[in-house]
Design a protein around this ligand. Sequence first.
Ligand code: GLU
Length: 419
Amino acid sequence: MRTPVPDYLRQVLRQCSDNTDGALADYIPELANVDPERFAVALCMGDGKVYAAGDSETEFTNQSMSKPFVYALALRDRGLAEVQARVGVEPSGDPFNEMSLGEDGRPSNPMINSGAIATHSLIGGPEVPVEDKFELIRRGLSAFAGRELGIDEAVFESEFATSSRNMAFAHMLRHHGMVEQTALGLVRGYTLQCSVKVTVRDLAVMAVTLGMGGRNPITGEQVVPEWVSRQVLSVMMTCGMYDAAGDWMTGVGIPAKSGVSGGILGALPGQVGLAAFSPKIDRHGNSVRGVRVFERLSGDLNLHLMGIQEARVRLLLSSGDVELDDGTAHHLRLQGALYFGSVEQLFRDLDEVPEGEAVVVDLTKVTYVNPVGRRMLLDGMRGLGEGSRRLILVDPDGVLSDPTGSGVDMSVVSELSEA
Ligand code: GLU
């Protein structure tokens, strides 16, 4: 059977390509020189499988899409408290190029330029000279993408030569004691960071790395710890789409970040990374066609974070009888993910099985177990096993194996070769 995803992605591009609204970002002169018709989309699944359509090999500068990843690297390098002391997590409601400092001089969040410059300054710690921070960032972005990323010199020169506004932000941050480095050094580094070249494919991989708890599913590298990815995705959700964050949350519902080069990346935790590219942007700075693509993907594929994820809720695949050597047992076949909500339902299913009957809990089709689901299931099964029921756990792939050692007695767990 052939996956329908590539055809579907081509269809989405076709259907969104008649929209010619928007304009190229021209406040960075070099950005006005790109082909406005370029159009691409990519998905990276949680296991690293990438699907792409359109101009998916075209490179463009990542601009503000670097901000969530540099925020992630700063959190990794400095910890939450030190980063929070310099940059907040509240949506500003202002455009990205407003300074939006709070009364304490802290930028509202890391997704606006003033916050991104403050974030840049934190990379590597105070002992790293400002001119060395960009290379740490370039390596970090490359680890997210799973390949070496370079910069677009022409875009860098063009933006750096016209960066008076960002220079003003850096001076103000220094005035408020939020950064220690020179404004020129910081803006140079920040502009280099924005000039890193990516494709939609890179962006989808970078996004899924955040969505999978900081681990790049292609290279296997744990780029940032899981708590960092949760923090970053939360800030993307509330602040990622410039001043259109509320529209985005309600309409699309995927944590995302856009850049004025026309790219948008999004990450649905535990599921998929998404990216779109089309250079013409709206008045907020978001790619016009890119927004359409995300609206389509979210609607068609049921990706809205606040939508009910049915596949996760329905844990019970089938319930019936199975013949064992020494009699009949009740056979519960589970599928999908074991987590708080789904295991809670399982216990109610188990309660329906009459006392004294043997029960086979079959995890063959379970794909993911989170720590809470694991502990609940093991604790619960131990409790049930201590009663009058006989419990048999079928776990051929070892999804429930307990490397962290939760202290749960595994002696109730036995294997059934055929169920
Ligand atoms: N380098 C751009 C700037 O600082 C990034 C803007 C963006 O992509 O939102 O203006």
